[in-house]
Ligand binder design. Sequence first.
Ligand SMILES: Cc1ncc(C[n+]2csc(CCOP(=O)(O)OP(=O)(O)O)c2C)c(N)n1
Ligand SMILES: [Mg+2]
Length: 398
Amino acid sequence: MASQARQRRSAPQAPPAAQAPRAAQAPPAESAFPAATEAAANAANAANTAETVESTSDTQLRQFYRDMLLIRRFEERAARAYTEALVGGYCHLNLGEEAAVVGLMAALKPTDYLFTNYREHGYALMRGIDPKNVMAELYGRVDGVSKGWGGSMHMFDVTHRLLGGYGIVGGQLPLATGAALAIDYKNQADVVMCTMGDGTSAIGAFHESLNLAALWHLPVVFVIINNGLGMGTTVAKSSAEPELYKRGAAYRMQSARVDGFDPVAVHEAATKAIAAARSGHPYLLEVVTERLRGHSVVDPAKYRSAEEVERLKHEDPIHLFGAKLTANGVLDPDTIKTIEEEVAAIVTNAADFAAGSPHPEVATLFDYTYATPVANDSRRLPGQPLFEPLPIPAGANP
Ligand SMILES: Cc1ncc(C[n+]2csc(CCOP(=O)(O)OP(=O)(O)O)c2C)c(N)n1
Ligand SMILES: [Mg+2]
């Protein structure tokens, strides 16, 4: 990563790192309380990562590559569908964050819980939800994950333990903490993972949630997906402590930072964090990545300099990982082509399925909104009074 991006994430005095390899710019770091020095923690983390790279099977490495590509092609298709007005509301994509999503999700057990934000399609796919149902939700159709009523930002699937999908920045944090409290209360072995953006780590709910999670030793991993931007505002401009994982120190919570372009490193860091949380030590993991496009599909990201736009053309986690695996003999051009074809077919089928799925009946609008049935008043026309006008008393002068 070029120096500009590094400055964006780091303290203003961080040294320039022109041409340095990405991993060197987003070094694994860790803080634990009580802890050895940060240098020792870094060395231990780096050693662990190297071990895991070696111990990751070729099959799993290819699976990581395939999953990253699935998210990429799915998101590209979602963007296209949005510009064709097939998708309504907002639409935020995981482009650039594929390695982070894949590494994190591979570390969860199917029985663990996930809370995330509005940038969630890749997470839904990696939780094992059928791409057809994810796409149908984007299209607002009955076969969607949330029966067509949630849309891009509000997918919810209890079977796959995806508990949302939240459009309010930080909204998922207190809920995730509450879910972890429930798990603890019931003496269950599950873990909650709660992902969020860098901008979210400045929200009040972040601090309240980390405080209670640490105080009550809850089984929760908070993950900051640091893509360097909260809409158009850089981390350097919005955070007094730009090394976001260090925020865990305020709550004596173990924390670490990992290179979000390397799915293997993310997987290993997440596995460690989840193991800690499962034994009652909540954890804060910062995953340093990039948002390759605008905040949402309609954002042209004009706040980005021409230099940064040019740099991002050469920084792509899928290309980098693919090149690494090819150099190591784990992938070859034929295998890449086969994976491309498999993924393209899945995405095309998902889009066709979504387009063929019916729109939900208006009468079901409130069916999944409240726990108890409520009258469906959705047919009221704009401007119509909420209540019938009161009868005019006899003798009154209208
Ligand atoms: C409480 C609240 N404030 C503001 C917004 C508007 N908003 C939507 S996304 C966003 C930026 C969040 O950035 P970050 O946490 O870094 O996540 P990213 O979009 O980069 O994934 C803001 C300010 C909102 N949805 N909710
Ligand atoms: Mg962000």
